[in-house]
Design a protein around this ligand. Structure first.
Ligand code: NAG
Length: 208
């Protein structure tokens, strides 16, 4: 009974692979062939995914699987962007990634202003041109900074409150001009040169 099933199995294996079956004491030994099957071989834990136990603790894995007990599926081509190979040809993709091999990246809401959607650390992410920032590249970048309550509305362009001017909203506005060499230092505030004073530096102090 055992011998019969053994020879059947042996024939089946030899048909599949080039191998030699080691059954009883009269088995051929010392034959150098790619695979040597020991029918009494013990694989514990057992070979998975239809792998065959060919020697003690040695599994011969079926196509598409690898690992000591053939526990790992092997996707070819490989799953990209951190996708996990579930079974041959089937990848499980991280969120935001798709396609048969997780090669397609989708950024929720898209990337604006020329941003590019790429996978970074297993996540779909917009890579923005240097003049834009934010999760969707929706915020302009003003390298000069927008001071005094100004806001960056386009790359390098600040929108300033009425009382400030200039590329960075750094120049105060004095509605009435500062006279006699006085300087507008904050909205409607003149710093006067000696000997002048007054809101517009219009008065000359009497020094004597
Ligand atoms: C394989 O393992 C079994 C059980 O542990 C043992 O009886 C047998 O001798 C081993 N065979 C070889 C070829 O080492």
């Amino acid at each position: 009974m055992f011998n019969q099933s053994f020879s059947l199995l042996c024939m089946a294996m030899m048909a599949l692979l080039t191998g030699v079956c080691l059954g009883g004491s009269d088995s051929p030994r010392g034959v150098s062939l790619p695979f040597v099957f020991d029918l009494n071989a013990v694989c514990d834990p057992p070979c998975r995914h239809a792998g065959i136990c060919i020697r003690n603790s040695t599994c011969l894995c079926s196509r598409g699987y690898e690992g000591e007990t053939c526990q790992y599926a092997n996707c070819e081509p490989k799953c990209k962007n951190g996708g996990e190979c579930l079974r041959p040809g089937k990848c499980r993709c991280p969120p935001g990634l798709g396609g048969k091999y997780c090669e397609k990246v989708a950024c929720d809401g898209g990337c604006w202003n020329g941003g590019e959607c790429v996978a970074v650390n297993l996540q779909a992410k917009c890579i923005c041109p240097s003049s834009w920032t934010g999760s969707k590249c929706q915020e302009a970048v003003c390298p000069q900074g927008c001071q005094n309550g100004g806001s960056c509305v386009a790359p390098g362009i600040c929108s300033c409150p009425e009382t400030w001017l200039g590329g960075a909203c750094h120049i105060a506005v004095c509605k009435k001009p500062c006279l006699n060499g006085g300087k507008c230092v904050s909205p409607d505030k003149c710093r006067c040169r000696s000997p002048f004073s007054g809101p517009q530096c219009e008065y000359r102090k009497n020094l004597f």
